[in-house]
Design a protein around this ligand. Structure first.
Ligand code: AMP
Length: 203
């Protein structure tokens, strides 16, 4: 099963992806996590991405496309994967479409977590508080100021993917304002209906 979780920062993509990992035994491919790991490790990619991420802007398509192309060829992705936070631009959506087509596979579904923007900044600030209370590192971009920029980037560059995937017949919206278990239940319903649709060509 190959799916994309789409939605603004704080919509709950990471939380739902984690639940899907546990239930379906397929990996979560979060470009945000991969980039943060690169920053921490001090790699060339990490050095190039850090300032952009701290400002809440998007890292270049070239960097994230290369990271994802390498990741989906790893053995644990053979049965499928959850793309969380990728693609985030139309160019990335085209790129992932090509990557999958070259491998004779396709997406099963794109799930949009539909949320009320006004609730998002509160969720992000709560995430920062919880990380701090748990003694975990707090993301530098989980502040009210940087969040504004992340949301602007979402509307400018990522929201057009809603129309893009709708036109391809891949998009399903789920109410992301419901409680976490109810969102998970809705996501599972969508997956039950769409599983297997990405099995084309060579597979
Ligand atoms: P996230 O953890 O998904 O909120 O991502 C954190 C930050 O990493 C974003 O604000 C961007 O700076 C960067 N990032 C993550 N995924 C992408 C992507 N697909 N394209 C460009 N930048 C990304």
């Amino acid at each position: 099963m190959r799916l994309i979780l789409l939605g603004p920062p704080g919509a709950g993509k990471g939380t739902q992806a984690q639940r899907l990992v546990d239930k379906h035994r397929i990996p979560q491919l979060s470009t945000g996590d991969m980039l943060r790991a690169a920053v921490k490790a001090g790699t060339e990619v990490g050095r190039r991405a850090k300032a952009v991420m701290d400002a809440g802007e998007l890292v270049s398509d070239e960097i994230v496309n290369a990271i994802v192309a390498e990741r989906i060829d790893q053995a644990d992705c053979a049965r499928g994967f959850i793309l969380d936070g990728y693609p985030r631009t139309l160019a990335q959506a085209d790129a992932v479409g090509r990557m999958l087509a070259e491998r004779g596979i396709d997406l099963d579904v794109v799930i949009e977590l539909v949320v009320d923007d006004k609730a998002l900044v509160g969720r992000i600030l709560r995430r920062a508080e919880e990380a701090k209370a748990a003694g975990q590192p707090v993301r530098k971009d989980d502040t009210a100021e940087v969040f504004d920029e992340r949301l602007r980037e979402y509307y400018k560059k990522t929201a057009p993917l809603i129309g893009y995937y709708y036109a391809k017949g891949k998009l399903v919206g789920v109410d992301g304002m419901a409680d976490i278990d109810a969102v998970t239940a809705q996501v599972e319903k969508v997956l039950a209906r769409h599983a297997g649709r990405g099995l084309v060509g060579a597979e």
